[in-house]
Design a protein around this ligand. Structure first.
Ligand code: CMC
Length: 376
C-alpha cells in the first residue's frame, strides 16, 4: 500500500540527540548531565541544578554565588508589567496569566531579537528570576491582594514563599519545595520541551519558545495533571471510600490523573523521592488524609490496571499541604521547568535543523472549485 508508517504521538521516535538528561525506564531512573536526580535532591539545591542544566557541570561555590547574585538582581518586574498583571481577568487561569506575562517579558526584554548563545543565556536567567515574581504577583492580584516585591536577601525558594504568602515557612517545607523544583526541572523530550525546541528550530527567540512551552505544559495530560490530582483527591470523601470511588471511575473508563507515563511503564523515577517529601509535609502540617487516600489509589491502580503513579501524583498533595492554591501548582512547575526548557533551547540552537515532519493526506481526493453561485 502507499500508506507510510505513521508514528502517532511520535511514540518510540528518537527525534534528536541530547546531552541534557537521560530517562532509563528499564531501571526507573533519570539523570541530569549524568547525575541521578535523587542524588541531586539530597546533595544539591535547585539553583545548583539550574546551573548544571545550563552549563553541563555543577557549580563551584564561587560560580554558585555569582549565579545566585544574578538571579536575585533580576527578580523585579517593571511597573508596566505589574499594571498588565493587575488588568488580567480575576477568573483567568494562572497558567494563562504566566503565559501572557512571559510573552510580555519578551516584548520588554532588551535582547529579545538577539538569538546568539550569550544573549539567549542572559534571557533565560532573566526568565528564571522573573517568572516566580509574575506567578506570585498575579496569584495575589487575582485574590484582590497587593503583590509582594521580591526580597533580594532571600534565596530562590524562600523568596517564592515570601512573595506568595508574605512569610517564609520552616526549613522542612523549604526543603520539600526545593526537592520538587529539582524533580520538575527536566525530563528529556516531553511535550512542552519538544514544543520549545520546535519553536527554536525556526530560529525564533527564547521568550517565544518558553511562551509556547507554557501553553503545552498547561494540558492535563502533561503539567496540568498536578492540579487535576488534587481536585481528584478532594473529590474523594475519605481514604475508606477511595477504593469504591476508583472502581466507579474504572466503570466509566475515566482517566485517573497522576497515573501512567509515556516513557516509564514500571514506575516513575521521581515518585519515591517526591512521595517521601509529601509525607514529610503531611507530618509537618498534621494532615494525613491526602497521603492515605493516595496510598489506596496507588495500590488499587497497580493491582487492577498495572499502572504506576507519576511525579504529579505526590507533587499535587505536597503543594496543597504547603498552602498553595491548586491553580498555582502548574505555574510552580513552570518556575522549575524553565531551566530544562532553556537548556534544550540552547542545545537545539547550537546544532539546529528546522523541525518539519510530514503528514500523510487522507482527506477527499482532488476536485475543482465550483463558483459560489453554482453551489447549494
Ligand atoms: N488512568 C487510566 N488509564 C490509563 C491511565 C490513567 N491515568 N494512563 C494510561 N492508561 C491506560 C490507557 O487508557 C491505555 O489503556 P488501553 O491500552 O486499554 O487503551 C493504557 O493504559 C496505555 O496507556 P497509553 O494511552 O498508551 O499511554 P500514553 O503513553 O499514550 O499516555 C499519559 C501517557 C501520561 C498521557 C497517560 O498515562 C495519561 O493520560 N495519564 C493521566 C494524566 C497524567 O497524569 N499526566 C502526567 C504525565 S507525567 C508528568 C507530567 O508531564 O507532568
Amino acid at each position: 500500500s502507499d500508506t507510510p508508517e505513521i508514528k502517532k504521538g511520535l511514540v518510540g521516535v528518537y527525534a534528536d540527540v541530547s546531552t541534557v538528561s537521560k530517562v532509563m525506564p528499564e531501571t526507573n531512573s533519570l539523570t541530569y548531565r549524568g547525575y541521578p536526580v535523587q542524588d541531586l535532591c539530597e546533595n544539591a539545591s535547585f539553583d545548583e541544578t539550574a546551573y548544571l542544566l545550563w552549563n553541563g557541570e555543577l557549580p563551584t561555590a564561587a560560580q554558585l554565588a555569582a549565579f545566585r547574585a544574578e538571579e536575585k538582581a533580576n527578580r523585579a518586574l517593571t511597573p508596566a508589567l505589574l499594571r498588565v498583571l493587575a488588568e488580567f481577568p480575576k477568573s483567568a487561569h494562572p497558567m494563562d496569566m504566566i503565559r501572557t506575562a512571559v510573552s510580555f517579558l519578551g516584548m520588554e526584554d532588551p535582547e529579545t531579537a538577539d538569538i546568539s548563545d550569550a544573549a539567549q543565556r542572559r534571557k533565560a536567567m532573566r526568565l528564571l528570576a522573573r517568572i516566580p515574581t509574575a506567578v506570585a504577583a498575579s496569584n495575589r492580584l487575582s485574590k484582590g491582594l497587593a503583590p509582594i516585591a521580591p526580597d533580594p536577601s532571600l534565596p530562590f525558594c524562600e523568596n517564592f514563599f515570601h512573595m506568595v504568602f508574605g512569610k517564609v515557612p520552616q526549613p522542612e517545607v523549604i526543603k520539600a519545595f526545593d526537592v520538587s523544583m529539582i524533580l520538575y526541572a527536566e525530563h528529556t523530550f516531553n511535550a512542552s520541551t519538544y514544543t520549545a525546541r520546535l519553536v527554536t528550530s525556526s530560529m525564533s527567540d527564547m521568550h517565544a519558545a518558553i511562551t509556547a512551552a507554557i501553553g503545552s505544559l498547561k494540558g492535563p495530560l502533561h503539567g496540568g495533571a498536578n492540579e487535576a490530582v488534587m481536585h481528584m483527591l478532594k473529590e474523594i470523601p475519605s481514604p475508606e471510600v477511595a477504593e469504591a470511588w476508583l472502581r466507579d471511575r474504572f466503570d466509566h473508563k475515566a482517566l485517573v490523573m497522576g497515573f501512567g507515563h509515556r516513557v516509564y511503564k514500571t514506575g516513575d523515577s521521581r515518585v519515591p523521592t517526591m512521595k517521601k517529601y509529601a509525607e514529610i509535609m503531611a507530618e509537618v502540617v498534621g494532615d494525613k488524609r491526602w497521603m492515605n487516600t493516595s496510598a489506596v489509589l496507588a495500590r488499587v491502580m497497580l493491582a487492577e490496571k498495572n499502572i504506576h503513579p507519576n511525579l504529579d501524583f505526590p507533587a499535587g498533595p505536597a503543594y496543597y499541604l504547603m498552602g498553595f492554591d491548586i491553580p498555582l501548582f502548574t505555574p510552580i512547575f513552570v518556575c522549575s521547568r524553565i531551566t530544562g526548557w532553556a537548556a534544550h533551547v540552547l542545545e537545539q540552537a547550537a546544532d539546529n535543523r528546522l523541525i518539519r515532519p510530514l503528514s500523510h493526506y487522507t482527506g477527499v481526493a482532488e476536485r475543482a472549485v465550483v463558483p459560489i453561485a453554482a453551489r447549494g
